[in-house]
Design a protein around this ligand. Structure first.
Ligand code: FAD
Ligand code: UDP
Length: 378
């Protein structure tokens, strides 16, 4: 009855459902009670559009991804700014030349700026772990300062590990920027869907060839049998797109992959505004890593404002697997799951959970479009 079965109605599942539905019958199975995966947003009791699973800001340099998503939404032009609370002041993050002049007295800031511009061209972005290798005294001083005040304690909270113990690509997401650009991202296209991500994804899924089953766990309706798939008690011989946890698909036979979770705590503040930017990071104080105030992302007329404090947690299997934690054991187990997947040519694993990658939304859309193109070519 269905040509394609897709597990997970997040962004990866939605893009693939939309693409395959052009000429195939698609069954989309989602265990949550809503579509959108971790991009899910909704209007809360204060009349403010909030991101239930943490702040989601769309940014991409990929014109094709931007054009594709633009078929399903109008955009609200929005360039994300983040402040970091250090030494009692909220300063621009990523750390840039403006930040430098905000945290140090003029003479010291000038000498560090001089050393930076002598060693790196204007506009360059340097990961903290690279800056730490600098030989010059001013740069070494700056690296120690930024490492201690911005990266060390935030990373310990977020990952329960020091920055040298996690994949360097993770801290490199927030490089030191030799510029006066205060934006968190510098991509060509930056915006949020005008009516939110849920509305965007709803539009993608509004097709007569897509049948959506919410509140349905794939494991309740299907099982892997030998190298085949049983679905609703019958052999399924079509394509299965799987966007859930890859270890769960194979009953954790090579062990559970490591993740970090976050306790997302929303609060209503009885004031029109709470903070000066959409997100303020607290590297050194409190147990939460950052506070996001959603009114900055989607302005709303309300006497109150909604904020979100993020408290990182161990992943227990009962909370949400938000961030892959690339331990050596997890990397080796993941390689075994990938090898196992080859025994099931019908199954394609796509997305942040299924591919165990620290994907942003644009990476997921790009990946899903690539998968669709390769499936339809083969
Ligand atoms: P998911 O969104 O996780 O969707 C997978 C879906 O599959 C889920 O709905 C799940 O319920 C369902 N599922 C799993 N197993 C089963 C099963 N057995 N049966 C049925 N359904 C199942 N990206 C950005 O570009 N910008 C940002 O600002 C940004 N902020 C982020 C903040 C946080 C806190 C997090 C965690 C991520 C952020 N991201 C951001 C990344 C973004 O969330 C992901 O790139 C994107 O949501 C991944 O989509 P996906 O479809 O791969 O996975
Ligand atoms: N980071 C940090 N201090 C900050 C911001 C980020 O140490 O103020 C580090 C931390 O290890 C974090 C990583 O950089 O996990 C990536 O940050 P990003 O803001 O990209 O994380 P995300 O938005 O994906 O949670």
């Amino acid at each position: 009855m269905f040509d394609v079965v897709i597990v997970g109605a997040g962004l990866a599942g939605a893009v693939l459902a939309e693409r395959f539905a052009q000429d195939k019958k698609v069954l989309l199975i989602e265990r949550r009670q809503h579509i959108g995966g971790n991009c899910y947003d909704k209007i809360d009791d204060n009349g403010i559009l909030i991101h239930r699973y943490g702040p989601h800001l769309f940014h991409t340099d990929d014109a094709e991804v931007w054009a594709y998503l633009s078929k399903f939404t109008d955009w609200r032009i929005y360039q994300h700014k983040v402040l970091a609370q250090i030494d009692g002041a909220a300063v621009p993050l990523p750390f840039n030349l403006n930040t430098l002049h905000k945290v140090f007295p003029k003479s010291l800031a000038d000498s560090i700026e001089f050393a930076l511009l002598k060693n790196f061209s204007f506009g360059k972005k340097i990961p903290i772990m690279e800056l730490k290798n600098s030989a010059e005294v001013e740069l070494q001083f700056l690296a120690d300062f930024v490492y201690e005040k911005i990266f060390l304690h935030y990373t310990e909270k977020q990952w329960a590990l020091t920055p040298d113990k996690i994949d360097g690509a993770v801290t490199a997401r927030v490089p030191i920027s030799i510029s006066r650009d205060d934006r968190y991202f510098t991509d060509r296209f930056q915006a949020v869907p005008k009516n939110g991500y849920t509305a965007l994804i709803q539009k993608m899924l509004s097709h007569k060839n897509i049948k959506l089953l919410l509140n349905t766990d794939f494991r309740e309706v299907a099982n892997l049998d030998g190298a085949g798939i049983n679905l609703f008690g019958q052999k399924f011989s079509g394509r299965l797109i799987y966007t859930g946890l890859i270890d769960e698909l194979f009953d954790y036979k090579f062990g559970a992959l490591a993740y970090r979770s976050v306790d997302m705590r929303f609060e209503t503040v009885d004031a029109e505004n709470f903070q000066a930017a959409a997100t303020v990071n607290y590297p050194n104080n409190y147990e939460f890593t950052r506070i996001t105030e959603f009114k900055h992302i989607h302005p709303a007329k309300s006497a109150r404002t909604t904020i979100l404090k993020e408290y990182p947690q161990n992943y227990t299997g009962k909370n949400e697997p938000y961030y892959p934690l690339f331990t050596d054991a997890a990397k080796s187990a993941h390689a075994k799951y990938l090898a196992e997947l080859k025994n099931f040519p019908q199954i394609t694993a796509v997305g942040r959970l299924a591919e165990y990658r620290y994907f942003d939304m644009d990476d997921v859309v790009k990946r899903a479009l690539e998968v669709y193109n390769s499936c339809s070519a083969g």
